[in-house]
Design a binder for this molecule. Sequence first.
Ligand code: ASP
Length: 360
Amino acid sequence: MDNLDRRAFLGITGAAAGATLAGMGVKATTPRGSTSLAPGDDHRGVACISSGNGRPATAKAFEMVMAGRDPIDAVVAGVNIVESDPDDMSVGYGGLPNEEGVVQLDSCCMHGPTHKAGAVACIEDIKNPASVALLVLKRTDHVMIVGEGAKRFALAHGFEAENLLTDRARRAWLRWKENANPNDDWLDADQMDFDPNENREDAAGPIPFTYGTINCSGVNENGDLASVTTTSGLSYKIPGRVGDSPIVGAGMFVDNAVGAAGATGRGEAVIQNCGAFSIVREMENGLSPTEACLAVMKRIADRTRQKRLLNERGEPNFGVTLYALRKDGAYGSAVMRGRGQFAVTTSAGTRREACMALYE
Ligand code: ASP
């Protein structure tokens, strides 16, 4: 869909400042299932979608769903591929660490048919937190286990403790630490009398900084849904910080009667707006997946009030991407600004599709 369609949608529904899209008549002007802002809104049938870094995940999940596996096992197996990839610095092994150089991981998942959820937060030394979250879901009466308890729970289930800080992530963290404060005893690059790049293969360029995460949702031919989100969270975060990714209703949510949703990007904003839960509720109220993502994105934007988080036009200066998959297989995604992409696998294959942007 082109920008005109998006503007028309936003114009019809969001003309009054401060009003939410839903509050401005989307429900009245959008008969159930009748609009399609993007091709995914028209899709029906088995589908797996994820954030843009997740094509291997959606391909794997789709293959497993088609083989009759439970969608929760499928989506978790899908994101395990990305968690284990040392080159993805936003998830699992190889993820950027917290401010003390420790990789702390967050994940949650939810199973539509049973409406059960499982989550781990601030777990250390365990490569596949999504699998631990799935064990919380399957084998305990709890929803969330954090920190040392989560690690011990994983070890009890046979997971191996390993160092998740790759050399590449460690070097990135060290550069961040050295340059973070000109008044500490770590010399900033411009204060050194020696080559700051000495013995550092990847010292050139900006210091890597990531929000970055994978959310993956799947629906099978019976309309049963599951979703999972997993992340190393905000780079160089304060130790113990938990983002939206392991919070059911924020980083991910499933209602088997309606659909599944997830979020990546600035977790604080997603938590403050119950992101994934709100998307599912918007779909329940009749919005298409893309519309539901845009409506919640607009709500996040309208409720961003701290000046440091706004640009000169009064728009959020941070990134969020939202993903939605409806029970019938329709899917969509929205990004706060610019040209985001998300991953999709359907019977037509695995590809990336464009997210609808709230701001150009
Ligand atoms: N949402 C994650 C967090 O805030 C990070 C991300 O998705 O980029 O921890």
